[in-house]
Write a protein that binds this ligand. Structure first.
Ligand code: ATP
Ligand code: MN
Length: 465
């Protein structure tokens, strides 16, 4: 008999027909009951809810019944009926039970409920089987799908930018080197440095920190592109908002100015949050009830309010006038810290904020210089409980001005000559931004640590599973 997914048994039981025999497969969440009746809560990951299996212990082998413990994997054939108890519309009265895999209650780490997130991180190989992670992983999938749908529906093209790159000019973060040289026997130049001409690519290469520079090449040919892939930063910052390997979505659009860029960012995030509200309510409700009582409210608030748009200089004024003592003192020119961003978003405006026109010194070389000569057309989108979720800008399209920044920052021309040529041949105004996928997931799951919204987190000293 063909397997029925638990989501279908629970949500579409009318289509299946009450009284019909179905076959379901999944993992035991709990077993309870007495000599006369046994209730098994079965979950197969298709939905957060469990399917209740009702079994008469007298009809089954005693040994088999003993093997049915939390974590065991079962194949159950039985009749789909209206539930006698409350809490579920339907249940399955078991006719046959097969145990695919047992889970010794003495050692199974998820035997009991209510483990801390910290403990679950230590059992990263099993935590997908918890309700929390089921919700997070289904939401992660839904958001990835919605991202592709959003851009596809609007005529953007998905561009695959390289993960291995020779350019380390972006300045977005420390990079991981990629090499096939034998670290115990490195070829050396006459000056005693490592001779990367002998390496696999004939030069020193690293894992990318962003697909933007290559994304611009696509935008200046196809009009509008987006990237969606892993990025790597070897920052040794053990924060709840940073991973060494994270996923980023980077749209880049020819002919968009900074305002178009802000409009796109706001519309995009609102679309994604609304998509989750429309399609993932079971998971959101579970996370809201069990973890973060304001999750759904916060999501609805964000989709129904305009984001505040504010210049960096005004933001500094607000922070200075706030009377609040920050750990990191405020003055014009500083790179805003998380405490400053969160003050603006959570205390002052109580709304998402898009900050623009940052001092050029604290932003990347490719951002378009404003007429004041001091600030650039950068934009950061700041979110409640998260801080920066998006960083972007209008790009400098003027060859001479871009070249001047390259020289001021001592970026080797041999690394960026191809990028500079886009401003030499058919240059065009264009803009783009990067959305951190896991930061978005923090927002739509209510999780507070970024390690808990990616299946296999990579952080300093941690790459076990
Ligand atoms: P932050 O100041 O928070 O460290 P950033 O300014 O270095 O971020 P950008 O280079 O602007 O980040 O990258 C674009 C987006 O990628 C950020 O807005 C954020 O959402 C996400 N991001 C950046 N670094 C990380 C990281 N280490 N882990 C997870 N997401 C990240
Ligand atoms: Mn940024």
């Amino acid at each position: 008999m063909k397997r029925t997914k638990i989501i279908d048994a629970i949500k579409h039981y009318e289509a299946i027909g009450l009284g019909n025999t179905i076959s379901v497969k999944g993992w035991v969440r709990t077993k309870r009951g007495n000599n006369a009746i046994t209730f098994i809560a079965l979950n197969d990951g298709s939905i957060v809810h469990n399917l209740q299996i009702v079994a008469d212990p007298a009809k089954f082998d005693e040994e088999l019944m003993k093997q049915i413990t939390t974590g065991a994997c079962l194949h159950v054939t039985g009749t789909l009926v209206e539930s006698q108890g409350k809490g579920q519309a339907v249940e399955v009265v078991a006719q046959e039970i097969e145990v695919y895999g047992t889970a010794d209650p003495e050692t199974y780490p998820l035997q009991k409920k209510g483990h801390s997130m910290e403990f679950l991180r230590e059992i990263g190989h099993l935590r997908p089987r918890t309700n929390y992670f089921g919700c997070v992983l289904r939401l992660r999938h839904a958001m990835a799908f919605a991202i592709h749908k959003y851009f596809n529906d609007r005529g953007f093209f998905y561009l695959h930018t390289p993960l291995i790159t020779a350019s380390d000019a972006e300045g977005a973060g420390e990079m991981f080197s990629v090499s096939t040289l034998d670290p115990n026997n490195l070829p050396k130049t006459p000056e005693g440095k490592v001779d990367y001409t002998k390496d696999f690519f004939g030069k020193h290469v690293s894992l990318t920190v962003s697909g933007q520079l290559e994304g611009e090449l696509g935008a200046l040919a196809l009009g509008g592109i987006y990237t969606f892939g892993p990025t790597f930063r070897a920052e040794n910052s053990n924060t709840p908002r940073h991973l060494a390997e994270f996923w980023m979505i980077e749209p880049e659009v020819a002919f968009n100015d900074i305002t178009d860029n802000m409009d796109l960012a706001e519309d995009f995030i609102k679309y994604l949050v609304q998509y989750a509200l429309d399609n993932n309510m079971d998971d959101l409700q579970f996370l809201n009830d069990m973890f973060d009582k304001e999750l759904i409210e916060r999501m609805k608030f964000v989709v129904s309010h305009d984001f505040v748009r504010l210049g960096y200089t005004e933001a500094i004024d607000i922070l200075l006038k706030s009377g609040k003592k920050f750990d990191f003192p405020v003055k014009w020119g500083i790179d805003l810290q998380s405490e400053h961003e969160r003050y603006l978003v959570e205390n002052h405006f109580q709304k998402p904020v898009i900050l623009t026109d940052y001092p050029k010194e604290i932003k990347a070389f490719y951002m378009k210089l404003n007429d004041d000569g001091k600030t650039v057309r950068a934009m950061d989108v700041l979110f409640p409980k998260i801080g920066e979720i998006i960083g972007g800008s209008e790009r400098e399209e003027n060859y001479d001005k871009l070249m001047q920044r390259v020289q001021e920052l001592h970026i080797p021309e041999k690394d960026v000559w191809w990028y500079l040529e886009t401003r030499k041949y058919g240059s065009a105004p264009h803009s783009g931004f990067g959305l951190g996928f896991e930061r978005l997931l923090l927002f739509v799951t209510g999780m507070t640590n970024i390690r808990d919204v990616i299946p296999f987190p990579r952080t300093p000293q941690n790459a076990e599973f």
